[in-house]
Design a protein around this ligand. Structure first.
Ligand SMILES: [Zn+2]
Length: 312
């Protein structure tokens, strides 16, 4: 294959750099692109991490897989972009310095803003090679996502990839954010799933393990690894309807429910406490379902999303 002006042949590995932009200091920004090709032909799987620069779990999943050589396929090609937004990662920010969000900037424009230029490079130089895509994220800020795969039903193969990944939860999301990588791939007709695990600026071992196992399961499903798909002790729980439980008061948050738990409507989830001991308010579940995201912030404001609950 010819990629980023380099020829990478079957059986070869390559570490390439994609020049995406220059900063005002004239410092060149390169995004590392790692390619692992098997001798035998097969599909091309693109793995992306760090589209949001503070979402470290996804970056760590890909780092470990590269270090352990566990992204090396026996058939086909794997393309890994462990840190798509290098600039935001340097500052552990979600977005670029100008406040633009890379995952609202696809497909991008080569004459646009920095975010738009980076998106354009990924869209035009990397994405055309990919038959399948797994994009790795975490919850934003203090919102801890129990390990989950999200997909939409636009492409029939998305459900197969999500099922193969076998995260504890699978969330079928109808509405997608404009400008996301996922939405662009959906329009192009490229199968894509998004893994969400943990929260920003954090590495969580359970999330990282689930992510590594999930990516390997997808590779096995696509025939890129030897061996059968493993026996499943538990099947991913599919959630179609999701709803945030929001804070009705500002104050200090004392959680009583654990992430991933099954809850019934009316169950106690947390207390919101006045910092001088002046009040304690109960936060209750507004529906039957499973808690798949917990806001771990110690102090919250009225209207903040506290728990995301989903039902099948
Ligand atoms: Zn993200």
């Amino acid at each position: 294959m010819e990629i980023l002006n380099s020829e990478v042949n079957p059986g070869e590995s390559a570490y390439l750099e994609m020049d995406v932009a220059s900063l005002y200091t004239r410092t060149k920004i390169n995004v590392p692109v790692i390619i692992e090709r098997a001798k035998r032909p097969g599909p091309t799987l693109l793995l992306t991490g760090g589209i949001h620069g503070d979402e470290i779990n996804g970056i760590e999943i890909l780092r470990r897989m590269l270090f352990n050589k566990s992204v090396r396929p026996v058939k086909g090609t794997v393309i890994v972009l462990p840190i798509v937004n290098v600039m935001a990662f340097l500052n552990l920010n979600r977005k670029f310095a100008d406040g633009r969000d890379l995952n609202r900037s696809f497909p991008g424009n080569k004459n646009g803003s920095l975010a738009s230029k980076v998106a354009n490079s990924v869209s035009t130089r990397i994405v055309p090679h990919a038959d399948y895509v797994v994009d790795l994220h975490t919850g934003s800020e203090e919102r801890f996502n129990f390990p989950q795969v999200r997909y939409d039903e636009q492409h029939p193969e998305n459900a197969d990839l999500a099922s193969a990944f076998n995260a504890p939860f699978t969330i079928i999301a109808g509405s997608q954010r404009a400008g996301s990588l996922r939405r662009m791939l959906g329009k192009k007709g490229t199968p894509v799933i998004v893994f969400e695990g943990g929260k920003s600026k954090n590495i969580n071992e359970q999330v990282v393990d689930t992510g590594i196992r999930g990516v390997r399961n997808v590779m096995r499903h696509l025939g890129m690894l030897n061996g059968e798909e493993p026996e499943r002790r538990r099947r991913s729980r599919v959630l179609r309807e999701t709803k945030w439980v929001r804070a009705r008061n500002s104050g200090m948050l004392q959680r009583t429910i654990r992430n991933g738990a099954k809850v019934a409507k009316g169950d106690l989830l947390a207390y919101i406490n006045g910092p001088y001991g002046q009040f304690q308010k109960k936060v209750k579940s507004t529906m039957d379902g499973y808690v798949f995201c917990v806001n771990e912030a110690p102090v919250i404001y009225k209207g903040d999303g506290l728990f995301n609950i989903g039902a099948g």
